[in-house]
Design a protein around this ligand. Structure first.
Ligand code: SF4
Ligand code: SF4
Length: 220
């Protein structure tokens, strides 16, 4: 018997009584560290209002251009968030996302966090685009997510008005503010992310560009 075989057998016997390092997924799952960055969750306040104020700051901070937002104005009759605006559309393309957590870090209201959700496989690429309906906590839930594990807890609702531009590098919809978060000088009344030719189809860009009355790159 060669020495190599003896060495191999010794390794086998040495490890025979030890606990295996593998687990039987999916029956068993590992406990993830509190700062694990998986799929995003959009949070609510205790009274059900959405934390997101549609400020676009997360989209501006995203290095992978994975977030698409359409903001809408709150009205006295219909108030969705405590700010002037709320996110009427909030999509995240998980095929683009690199799970860096910059969006979470940029958010002034603690509206978006990355959580321990890692089962993100899908048959079709379009299913990897998560919409607000999938990302938002259901009514009755009001968690902070992983925010306190990374930063200080987000501000309470009465301090979460529409963010002020420039002072805190937060996007308020104005040109000046768009520049402050690196979005250039595009007029911002129109969804900014739709003006880039290289956007994904899922961002409805082609739908809009195919409109003969609306030329590519043309601003309203
Ligand atoms: S985790 Fe990073 S890449 Fe993913 S959406 Fe947020 S900022 Fe973009
Ligand atoms: S930064 Fe926060 S509040 Fe602003 S649009 Fe993104 S998720 Fe909403």
């Amino acid at each position: 018997m060669s020495l190599d075989i003896l060495k191999g057998l010794a390794t086998t016997f040495k490890n025979m009584g030890k606990k295996p390092t593998t687990i039987s997924y999916p029956e068993e799952e590992r406990e993830l560290p509190p700062r694990f960055r998986g799929r995003h969750v959009l949070h609510r306040y205790e009274n059900g209002m959405e934390r997101c104020v549609g400020c676009f700051l997360c989209a501006g901070a995203c290095p992978a251009d994975a977030i698409y937002i359409e903001a809408a104005e709150n009205t006295e009759k219909e108030r969705v968030s405590p700010g002037e605006r709320y996110a009427n559309v909030f999509d995240i393309n998980m095929l683009r996302c690199i799970f860096c957590g910059y969006c979470q870090q940029a958010c002034p209201t603690g509206a978006i966090t990355l959580e321990s959700i890692y089962k993100l496989s899908s048959y079709y690429p379009e299913d990897a685009v998560y919409h607000k309906e999938q990302l938002l906590e259901p009514l009755g839930e009001a968690t902070l997510g992983s925010s306190p594990d990374w930063f200080e807890a987000p501000p309470p609702q009465d301090e979460a008005g529409q963010p002020v531009p420039q002072e805190s590098r937060i996007f308020d919809g104005s040109e000046a503010s768009a520049t402050s978060v690196g979005l250039g000088m595009l007029p911002t009344e129109r969804p900014i992310l739709l003006t880039n030719k290289e956007q994904d189809v899922d961002r409805r860009v082609f739908e809009r560009l195919s409109d003969p009355n609306e030329k590519e790159g043309e601003q309203p």
